[in-house]
Design a binder for this molecule. Structure first.
Ligand SMILES: Cc1cc2nc3c(=O)[nH]c(=O)nc-3n(C[C@H](O)[C@H](O)[C@H](O)COP(=O)(O)OP(=O)(O)OC[C@H]3O[C@@H](n4cnc5c(N)ncnc54)[C@H](O)[C@@H]3O)c2cc1C
Length: 476
């Protein structure tokens, strides 16, 4: 490699929604710029979490946000809510999705959730179509892609401005010269040591929800911290979902638990299965399965009444059929759940289901609550489990992404740790790598924010190049 081949106007780390949006926006803003996307995975495996994600987006259409968007962002983040960040997201989301659409990605309303919630749209073909659509557009706009290439370390000058990045490619370490880097390399869900350090003992055995989740090992976060970047987001926070313990497929989520009960191996209930709509409970529910059950596994138990719910199959993404039996005893035998424990639990639960089952409505919070004697209570969808066949799904909590990351401003500039929180010259970040999520993951926002702030990062990065070129011309 000669010096020119190792010199770029912009280096983007990561080939997911954030990195590709950054690279494409940068190439459109500065058509002659030398831009490279570094991706540690092969061309066949690239795309990070984005590629495996259904990519639900909290929008009514590409032209309008879901109602109450900003209120819901505040509710999800609590007292540490970063209002500027989410206001910028809200303002830029429609224009960004129209831009993505103009690059060949079509959107439609998803058939994923069976219960109510905010309106969402989804790219046809899921996140994989964002990856292929934006990659092709960026390639056509002149962006270079290096696969099997891992970013290792940022380099700065004496003032702290970015001057380069060290990489490992084909097992060889080398340095690239660049005054601008966009970090879009995801969270640290693929790093067992960081998971244990920040989420607690046992977190290192959390199952990655998809192959893409396992790739993000926090390298970008650590690189930026090493040169003094400020952090953001809840470092003990993660988005996880309950998946079928038997399936080896990507994201075999099972979201039917509100319509039955959930027990541990001893047959004991341990959560209010009906505390809210599934996207309001799945995160802490799957966390409890992992951290609060002895076997780190639970069972969703349903009966024939639940099987009659229209569209129930939409709430199950597992490729493995449930375990089924004509009696609860036989179900206990097939699942290994303690037989007596399950009998006692179901008897107590059924005795507490005194509401009129005609009011049962799987699509909304129906108010069909158990009596207060039941502990833990069941706040909605409380119908007795009494009609054969009885079915069971084994559930484990699987991690999709972490919340802890880098602090960025509304121009996607990475901020410095310390009192002044000024931007690190030449360093930008977008997507999962940036914190900003606190109490719970705002539903259907992770891909949206990756696209919006990826685009902003690419544009802001190149605006500094355009300013520099104009300045040099003026003084030539
Ligand atoms: C199964 C699943 C379902 C989901 N469902 C939804 C949903 O419906 N709606 C929603 O909004 N969000 C959803 N999410 C979350 C969302 O998909 C991600 O948060 C988002 O796509 C992240 O985009 P990103 O560009 O920041 O990171 P990613 O898409 O993860 O891309 C990061 C890339 O960086 C690469 N990389 C990492 N380290 C390095 C390094 N050192 N050098 C070079 N390359 C590196 C990785 O290999 C990866 O390709 C889901 C996630 C999963 C896994």
């Amino acid at each position: 490699m000669n010096a020119l081949q190792d010199t770029f106007d912009l280096v983007v780390v990561g080939h997911g929604a954030a990195g590709l949006a950054a690279a494409l926006a940068a190439a459109e803003a500065a058509t002659q710029a030398r831009i490279v996307v570094l991706e540690q995975a092969s061309p066949e495996q690239c795309g990070g979490g984005t590629r495996w994600s259904p990519a639900n987006l909290r929008m009514q259409s590409v032209h309008a946000l879901a109602p109450d968007f900003l209120r819901d962002m505040h509710l999800a983040n609590g007292t540490r809510h970063d209002a500027d960040y989410f206001e910028c997201l809200a303002k830029e989301a429609p224009a960004t999705l129209q831009w993505v659409e103009a690059h060949g990605v079509q959107f439609h309303a998803p058939g994923y959730y069976m219960s109510a919630g905010p309106p969402r749209i989804q790219p046809q073909g899921g996140g994989a179509s964002i990856v292929s659509g934006l990659m092709q557009a960026a390639h056509a706009a002149g962006v270079t892609f290096w696969y099997d290439c891992r970013a290792e370390q940022l380099r700065c000058d004496a003032s702290g401005a970015i001057i380069g990045i060290d990489i490992t490619q084909h097992a060889k370490r080398r340095s690239l010269h660049t005054p601008r880097v966009v970090l879009a390399s995801g969270g640290f869900q693929g790093n067992p040591h960081m998971l244990r350090e920040h989420l607690g003992a046992g977190a290192e055995t959390l199952r990655p929800i998809s192959p893409g989740s396992a790739m993000n090992d926090g390298a970008g976060i650590r690189m930026a911290q090493a040169i003094g970047a400020r952090t953001s987001g809840n470092w003990a926070g993660m988005h996880s979902e309950p998946v079928d313990a038997r399936s080896t497929a990507s994201a075999p989520v099972v979201l039917v638990y509100p319509y039955g009960i959930v027990v541990d191996q001893a047959g004991q209930r341990f959560i209010d299965e009906g505390a809210g709509l599934v996207h309001e409970t799945w995160e802490y529910f799957s966390r409890d399965i992992h951290f609060k059950t002895a076997a780190r596994q639970a069972w969703a138990i349903l009966d024939a009444r639940a099987l009659d719910i229209p569209g129930l199959a939409r709430a199950v993404r597992s490729d493995v059929a449930p375990i089924q039996a004509e009696t609860l005893d036989a179900l206990a035998q097939r699942t290994g759940i303690d037989r007596a424990g399950l009998q006692v639990t179901v008897r107590a639960y059924n005795a507490a289901c005194l509401g009129d089952t005609k009011h049962f409505d799987a699509t909304r919070v129906d108010g069909l609550a158990s009596t207060s004697q039941l502990q833990p209570p069941k706040s909605n969808w409380a119908c007795p489990i009494e009609r054969a066949p009885f079915i069971a799904y084994p559930l484990v909590g699987a991690i999709a992404y972490t919340f802890g990351g880098l602090a960025t401003d509304t121009q996607a500039r990475v901020l410095r740790a310390g009192m002044d929180a000024t931007p690190i010259a030449g360093l930008f970040a977008a997507g999962e790598i940036t914190g900003h999520f606190y109490d719970s993951a705002p539903n259907a926002v992770a891909v949206l924010r990756a696209l919006v702030f990826g685009r902003i990062a690419g544009r802001t990065a190149m605006s500094t190049m355009i300013q520099t070129v104009s300045h040099e011309r003026l003084h030539a």
